[in-house]
Write a protein that binds this ligand. Structure first.
Ligand code: NAP
Ligand code: G4F
Length: 341
């Protein structure tokens, strides 16, 4: 069978001198969790992935590595479960990627978003403090914290002005990470990552919504794709490049906070032009604006300055925006064709 996204896994790095390390990943079933697990396995880590209870399995993104990682039940809403997994599995590094991560949903479920994306960070930090304060901690912070931006481009010192309950929750997660670092001397790092995408991106996020929509239109299943604000601009990178930055942050002697970004910004309109062209289509024939996808408050422009990550971590992105969009469209064309049989 051709074309399922699973076949397009990131290259697994060679085993290195870090073979004794044990990493625990919350959010391992998500986009970033799956790429990070691959990266860490390639570096010789024992990888423990936290999965929350669900009535059906949702391991699609990690099915290809499932036999190489240990999956353990726990939930960011339940501190005891986090304490237990740390006690049982004794990781040396914890990557907190779990969150209610969709901005639009954060308006309809603001309390759940706060419980998971904000207070969940305190729960995992407390579990680390109680079980083993030597554990190195990574918090998945977000460029959404910059929101209504105070300066362009945004860097580590740019003031925050979040524009959604999600952004507000991420600001809390960032500051509680800084606070536990300063209060308890934890090796706790906040990675302020700008948007990063891949064929494993959830279907509700705009890049994947467009690439999947293009594939359905190209295969004759749909004719129109309804979107919201076409003018908003994002700094979009490739998820596999960004998880490398997360790992590099925890290899530093001193914990710190880093912006990870490409330094380029593109509008949703440009995304549409590129994605439809990749399938030989004219986006203007198919895209319609539907106000259901407009947000109560928008982040109009994000573009990051990753100088600190370049200079301190030696991090560089490898995949540029046109290549990312083409890869996502190709993967979704394969996926839709395979579903059609
Ligand atoms: P994602 O695909 O939405 O994955 C989120 C993960 O969190 C899933 O594995 C989900 O589990 C898990 N989760 C949600 N609620 C949980 C709970 N209560 N307990 C335990 N696990 C829970 O997100 P992503 O794109 O990989 O992003 C990873 C992290 O980076 C998130 O914190 C996100 O906010 C942050 N971030 C992402 C970007 C980006 O552009 N991708 C940029 C900046 C920051 P289920 O599979 O069971 O739902
Ligand atoms: O793809 P999006 O939903 O991502 P957004 O809101 O930037 O959030 C993502 O990136 C953050 C980092 O900055 C992460 F922290 C967060 O977890 C998530 O991964 O929307 C991008 C832009 C927005 O301006 C939105 O209004 O695209 C615009 N857009 C236009 N039409 C749309 C649509 N977004 C979605 N999801 N669906 C639309 O139809």
């Amino acid at each position: 069978m051709r074309g399922c996204t699973r076949a397009r896994s990131a290259t697994v790095a060679p085993v290195s001198a870090t073979a004794a390390k044990r990493a625990l990943i919350t959010g391992v079933t998500g986009q970033d969790g799956s790429y990070l697990a691959e990266l860490l396995l390639g570096h010789g880590y024992t990888v423990i992935g936290v999965v929350r209870r669900s009535s059906t399995l949702n391991f699609e993104r990690i099915a290809h590595i499932q036999d190489r990682i240990t999956l353990v039940p726990a939930d960011l809403l339940d501190e005891v479960s986090l304490i237990e997994v740390l006690r049982d599995h004794q990781p040396t590094e914890v990557y907190n990627l779990a969150a209610q991560s969709f901005v639009q949903t954060s308006w309809s479920q603001p309390v759940l978003t706060g419980e998971t994306t904000a207070l969940g960070v305190t729960r995992i930090l407390d579990a680390i403090r109680i079980v083993d304060p030597e554990i190195r901690f990574y918090q998945a912070s977000s460029s959404e914290m910059f929101g209504k931006v105070h300066e362009v481009p945004q860097k580590e010192t740019t003031p925050f002005y979040p524009r959604s309950p999600y952004g507000v929750a991420k600001v809390y997660g960032h500051w509680i990470t800084v606070n536990y670092r300063e209060s308890y001397d934890l090796h706790a790092t906040s990675g302020m990552l700008f948007n990063h995408e891949s064929p494993r991106r959830g279907l509700e996020f705009v890049t994947r919504k467009v690439s999947h929509g293009v594939a359905r239109i190209a295969c004759g299943l749909d004719d129109k794709l309804a979107l919201g604000n076409l003018d908003s601009q994002r700094d979009w990178g490739y998820a596999a490049d960004y998880v490398r930055a997360m790992w590099l942050m925890l290899q530093q002697d001193e914990p710190a906070d880093y912006v990870v970004a490409t330094g380029e910004t593109h509008s949703v309109r440009e995304l549409c032009e590129l994605a439809f062209a990749a399938a030989g289509l004219d986006w203007e024939q198919h895209v319609v604006v539907d106000e259901r996808f407009l947000r109560p408050a928008e982040v109009d422009l994000l573009v990051g300055d990753a100088t600190k990550a370049h200079e301190t971590l030696g991090w560089r992105r490898e995949v540029d925006f046109p290549h990312l969009v083409e890869t996502m469209v190709e993967a979704d064309l394969d996926l839709v064709r395979a579903q059609l049989g």
